[in-house]
Design a protein around this ligand. Sequence first.
Ligand code: ADP
Ligand code: MG
Length: 484
Amino acid sequence: RSQRRHARNVLQEFQEACSTPLPRLRQVVDAMAVEMHAGLVSEGGSRLKMLPTFVDRLPHGDEKGLYYAVDLGGTNFRVLRVQLGGKQGRVIKQEYEEVAIPPELMIGSSEELFDFIAKELSSFVAREGDGFRPVAGQSREIGFTFSFPVQQTALNSGTLLNWTKGFKVVDAIGQDVVAALQTCIRKRGHEMRIAALVNDTVGTLAGGRYWNEDVMIAVILGTGTNAAYVERAQAISKCGNVLPKSGQMVINMEWGNFWSSHLPRTQADEALDNETMNPGEQGFEKMISGMYLGDVVRRVLLKMAQEAALFGPNVPRKMLEAFSLGTPDMSKMHADESSDLKVVGNVLRDVYGIENTSLAVRKIVYEVCDTVAERGARLAAAGIVGILKKIGRDGTHSKWKVASEQNHVNGWEEVGSPVASECGKTVVAMDGGLYERYSKFRAYMQAAVVELLGDASKDVVVELSKDGSGIGAALLAASVSQNG
Ligand code: ADP
Ligand code: MG
């Protein structure tokens, strides 16, 4: 049928616009490394904020005692407690609870949002049972994971720069989020202290390093996307000479806002961007992360419905609705291995009320999912390789050069001298529902890392560090309250 042919043409055009052949991917890698450098040299030097985190020491296993964490991500809110037993005992006991963030709080007032967090924390603390003992003479300390761009002034203070991921609590912008939460906790009569404010990427890095000292980079692929890594203090020129003693500092890249003319942007991406809470921002995130992938697919399907009547003479009404196709639905269709693409048909029926799709139509829908996932995964891989390149671990630096660069660093505690050629592996700690639950996305990403690194890929490991962001914040709270 000519309509199907038309839909196929739309598909082909979209695939071409999304394509990420190796040379193009390499340009994205290079752009990432260049932008990282620019963002470290001067404030506003790049769309990458490259935020200093004041984390100049990561947990290494000897932390002891009871610590709490609260984790405000994009979709879920989590509270947890952990009893740490030092090098031998490690994580003796751990408990957590998770609740969905009520949507009205995402666009309400600052006080409502922080009071919600304090309330959840308060009821969680009230249920502290056997096996959890605070450090004698110390109040319960909290690591606060807050996964939005914050300009920190110390490890336990920082002002919110802007919201992402559909949040819009206007009066919180410019506020010190630690002070705001601390006030709400005190109001509820708790003597708890927020010891560390950490981005989820930084929490994941800390959680990963606690178990594996080769962890240098953390990446989140969840509702949003972001990355953090260990940088040489001297490379952070915008900080002047307030360099940490350890010689290194974790940088929160806020890579969701990365942009480069080499990114394969389509009309669907432009239209999506216009309908978000933050148009013109988080361009990389909008091509990669869980909040947006399903909607890119929806927009392409909508175009096919409108221009080629792919789903019959009428455009399914609900398909006009932004975000009506979630990334979990997309990944469900994409995971369909049946010869008649039954699952694709079921999702189209359940989400859009489209009955009796032909196999040919389902194949087109499947292809759209595949195209969007592959592009996102390959771009995420290019981002990771960009970081590896920036820190000299992408295999292109000669060994002596890596060694001499690293020799400037003295005393990133107990890690020893992390000369790439000697320590061998570089580990990327990964967290987030998208990476964890979308297996084809994961496979595409891993394949692209190998494609980009070639031989050097044998020294790079991407490791799922599930829920690392919350426990990492607790570990950082422990680490600072015990060591400094
Ligand atoms: P957050 O990023 O809010 O901290 P998570 O890391 O748990 O939360 O990630 C949740 C996101 O992961 C969801 O918004 C969704 O986009 C994505 N996701 C969840 N389940 C799946 C799935 N089965 N397939 C693909 N993506 C998923
Ligand atoms: Mg999270």
